[in-house]
Write a protein that binds this ligand. Structure first.
Ligand code: NAP
Length: 488
């Protein structure tokens, strides 16, 4: 069968100098990617690190083009693919709401899985005659992991978008039976595939892995879905590394391995922060799907609630010396980050010490609050991590909880019966005066009541976070808070 022009394996041997040049470009790309991933670990460097990683990707493409020197007709496909892919990425990045980020990441993971799958399929179907055993085993891995990543990610995205709920039968033992059958089918096909790379085992593996991806992801509840997305991200890296072995690209192997390892570490960090084991997430059924995906939920069980108006809250703020804001998912929903920043600036001008308490899984993805507040130019040094801010809560005069619920629930520390028990939380209950801004007494993501709301030092300020913050701003201004700074 004719060799396709887009596969490096099929290319004529390049002159040494060009090969060397392409290897140097690849090496620089790998180094930049590693630096980019490292920089993402810190809020301050995350934005530029993302730029570095994007540059690494662009260099990787350049390195590949130097290496394979495509025929003229292939340039057309490359230009078309780059333009369409680039435009789709750009438009998605510009338009997607922060609250829709988990499903966007799921979609991108799915695309990564599909790309690796297509590379392996291309070699299996058109070039398997000239492949060695390592490539053939890698084809099996890439097809299996790439397909699971693709279908699993699409299901994850669809569930997070609310396009369908968890079907009842997936919560029965039947699902385990079906998944075990599919896993065995995939294993047998994968073992047979190296002997017949373009025959029946390939198609059985493809079909089995596609159904297995759906079968494993479908029963998982919304609350656990971001963990699964992180795991799928890791899979997309594994699939890419395997595709790297298939086409003999060191760059793809290294980049895939980095993504695979980073995704796995993130999965572990998220499981720890949510006090969930990965096994429970993957095989425990839709535990987190219950009441309140995305906020809302029941308002049951409260008997000692104190509520107050923004006017009273503003008076407390006006008197305070130290104020801690605790942002949560509701702040992102309300898109109130700019109003919050404005309020903080007003208070700082009044001599108040302001900080923001950041819980690792506040919101709907790791780093959600950091990104949200960075959007409003909140200084990085005011974002304080949970371990550092917790001992500080007793020293705060006023704590304002903005659309956060589970991450400030003291039952996670005190009530072994609570589904949140064991999850590290922000110890807001240790503060002298707490105002909780939310629209109702509705539950958070975990769907449980929150003992914080009934504590004697807590007052609820009911309303949309943005409306309440704007109310606080105008109340403080009417108390003359902004004017004192101007006078000074
Ligand atoms: P949360 O527990 O989901 O609570 C959010 C609260 O925001 C709700 O109780 C809701 O109450 C309120 N809210 C919604 N819209 C609002 C608006 N427009 N204005 C004011 N309030 C609004 O949020 P969280 O405390 O940030 O906790 C995050 C949860 O997500 C945790 O359970 C965590 O385990 C889970 N999770 C996080 C991640 C991650 O990586 N970050 C991943 C998976 C799961 P009302 O409806 O009454 O307003």
């Amino acid at each position: 069968m004719a060799t396709p022009s887009f596969l490096p394996l099929a290319l004529p041997v390049a002159p040494l100098s060009m090969d060397l040049f392409s290897e140097v470009v690849d090496l620089v790309a790998v180094l930049l990617l590693a630096l980019g991933i490292k920089g993402l670990a810190k809020v301050r460097s995350a934005r530029s690190a993302n730029g570095l990683a994007a540059l690494a990707m662009a260099l990787a493409v350049v390195g590949l083009l130097i290496e394979i020197r495509p025929e003229p007709i292939a340039w057309l496909w490359i230009a078309l693919g780059t333009t369409l892919g680039g435009l789709a990425g750009l438009l998605t990045a510009q338009r997607v709401a922060m609250t829709a980020m988990p499903e966007t990441v799921a979609l991108f993971n799915g695309c990564g899985g599909m790309a690796s799958l297509l590379v392996a399929l291309g070699v299996a179907l058109f070039n398997s005659g000239s492949t060695d055993l390592v490539s053939r085993v890698s084809i099996a891995i890439s097809v299996f992991v790439g397909t699971i990543t693709f279908t699993g990610s699409i299901v994850a995205m669809a569930k997070l978008r609310g396009w369908f709920d968890t079907p009842g039968w997936t919560q029965t033992r039947l699902r385990h039976g079906l998944n075990i059958f599919l896993a065995v089918l995939c294993l047998v096909s994968a073992v047979l595939l190296p002997g017949d790379p373009s025959g029946l085992p390939l198609w059985l593996l493809l079909g089995g892995a596609a159904l297995l991806g759906i079968g494993v992801t479908m029963p998982i509840g919304g609350a656990d879905m971001p963990v699964v997305i992180s795991l799928l991200n890791s899979y997309s890296g594994v699939a890419a590394a395997a595709a790297g072995f298939v086409v003999g690209s060191q760059l793809l192997i290294v980049a895939g391995a980095m993504v695979g390892a980073a995704g796995l570490i993130l999965t572990q960090v998220m499981c720890t922060a949510m006090n969930r084991s990965l096994v429970a997430v993957l095989f425990g059924g839709a535990l987190g799907a219950t009441p309140a995906v995305g906020g809302g939920g029941k308002e049951a069980g409260y008997t000692r609630i104190t509520s107050c108006s923004p006017e009273e809250c503003a008076m407390a703020l006006e008197q305070a010396e130290r104020v801690v804001f605790v942002p949560g998912y509701g702040l992102a929903v309300a898109q109130a980050q700019h109003a919050l920043r404005e309020l903080a600036k007003l208070l700082e001008g009044h001599g108040v010490e302001v900080s923001y308490a950041i819980h690792p899984v506040a919101g709907r993805m790791p780093g959600h609050m950091n990104v949200l507040l960075a959007e409003a130019d909140v200084p990085y040094e005011q974002l304080v991590e949970m371990e550092v801010i917790n001992p500080e809560f007793p020293r705060a005069d006023v704590v304002i909880v903005l659309g956060a619920n589970d991450v400030v629930n003291p039952e996670a520390k005190n009530d072994p019966a609570s589904p949140l028990y064991g999850m590290p939380v922000l110890e807001v209950d240790q503060a002298r005066s707490v105002y909780v801004v939310k629209r109702s007494l509705g539950a958070g993501y975990a769907g449980v009541t929150n003992a914080l709301f009934e504590l004697p030092q807590t007052a609820m300020v009911f309303g949309d976070a943005k409306a309440v913050l704007n109310g606080l701003l105008s109340e403080l201004r009417s108390l003359g808070v902004g004017r004192s700074k101007v006078a000074a």
